[in-house]
Design a binder for this molecule. Structure first.
Ligand code: PLP
Length: 376
């Protein structure tokens, strides 16, 4: 099986697994316990917090562990609008992940408003429209990089255009692939996750800028300085730390390899498969993602393509969701102005730094064969 779905999740690095194991079997203490087993766990958690903070250019007191990107996004949006009551409105781009769109939709009402920023044909927010939402009690949420197309958003330009708002960015796809520093982005809140960078599933973090009166969305114990209740999963936190450290130390090399692989995919697919539209622009994108629509969609649909590719030994995905048995077109591609057919017959190929050239060439052959056969 050739795995080109690394934006969905990645294999956990061996070194990460090794670093995690002692915290499951030997040093299994609760980080809140006062005896030595607990104190050792506490030291590990705080060490990981300090390192992840450093990688993001943040202070350790600004980092809070969560179960991943979904929880970070939900907590930030819901708390800012409700528990913390810092904003009366939330403003999102239409290409956000559902883990931003759904909480934004569910958090509005009761006097709170929702605004959707326009995007261009590449899916980038129209920065000239941003000043219109620059109000003090507004939360703006613009992702750092899109999970379907890899397009990097001008988050800092959004901050410049809206200096008064609370600004959140979902950096789940960008963290560990390109430089992510909170001050370079100008954000007040940020979401990151471990399993996209060869770390374990079920762990992530939120950055909350110092001085913001942020109240918990999830209640219980006093963990994470009362911002996120729940016993800290020390092994996952250590795994996240090691995955993030390795990604940062090897950032340029990994990016170079991944860019070469996506370039090979782009060229090979354009050469072998007629009648396609590449939805990922060539610049201002993550190194690891390429998204393609097949233009004769009356004979092709995303789900059918994925199934045929799976049978032929290639794992990829698309952004369209299967809701109650019927295929829904990708909301990202629709927001970019693609028609319904293009938004349905699309695939996302996402490589890792471990993806080989041979895998890329085989993947191009499989894709070309499957599409040729499906087109009849
Ligand atoms: N945000 C983006 C942009 C993502 O791509 C994902 C995962 O697909 C998430 C949020 C959710 O992250 P997690 O799987 O850690 O909950």
């Amino acid at each position: 099986m050739i795995y080109l779905d690394n934006s969905a999740t990645t294999a956990v690095d061996e070194a990460v697994v090794e670093a995690m194991l002692p915290w499951l079997t030997k040093n299994y203490g609760n980080a809140s316990s006062i005896y030595s087993l607990g104190r050792a766990a506490r030291v590990a958690v705080e060490d990981a917090r300090a390192e992840i903070a450093h990688l993001l250019g943040a202070h350790p007191a600004e980092i809070f562990f969560t179960s991943g990107g979904t929880e970070s996004n939900n907590t930030i949006i819901k708390s800012v609008l409700h528990e913390s009551d810092l904003a009366d409105a939330v403003c999102v781009s239409p290409t956000e992940h559902h883990a931003v769109l759904e909480p934004a939709h569910s958090a509005v009402g009761g006097g709170k408003g929702l605004y959707v920023l326009p995007v261009d044909a590449d899916g980038r927010v129209t920065v000239s429209e941003v000043p219109a939402v620059n109000r003090r009690r507004t939360l703006v949420s613009v992702m750092h990089a899109n999970n379907e197309t890899g397009v990097v958003q001008p988050v800092y330009d959004v901050r410049q255009a809206a200096p008064d708002v609370y600004l959140h960015s979902d950096a789940v796809q960008s963290f560990g692939k390109i430089t992510v520093k909170v001050d370079d982005l100008g954000v007040d809140f940020l979401s990151v996750s471990a399993h996209k960078i060869h770390g374990p599933k079920g762990i992530g973090a939120m950055y909350i800028r110092k001085g913001i009166d942020f109240k918990a969305h999830q209640h219980g114990g006093a963990q994470e300085r009362n911002r996120r209740a729940g016993t800290e999963p020390v092994h996952l936190i250590v795994g996240f730390q090691v995955a993030a450290r390795r990604a940062a130390a090897d950032l340029e090399h990994r990016a170079t390899v991944m860019m070469e692989r996506t370039r090979q995919l782009r060229e090979g697919i354009a050469r072998e498969i007629p009648n396609i539209r590449v939805n990922t622009p060539e610049t201002g994108v993550l190194p690891n993602i390429i998204n393609i629509s097949f233009l004769d969609a009356e004979r092709l649909d995303g789900e059918g393509i994925l199934q045929a590719l799976d049978m032929a030994g290639l794992a990829v995905s698309n952004g369209s969701a299967c809701v109650s048995g019927s295929q829904q077109p990708s909301h990202v591609l629709l927001a970019m102005g693609r028609n319904k057919a293009e938004a349905l017959a699309a695939v996302r190929l996402s490589v890792s730094y471990t993806t080989t050239q041979e895998e890329i060439f085989s993947a191009i052959t499989i894709l070309a064969d499957v599409i040729r056969e499906m087109r009849g």
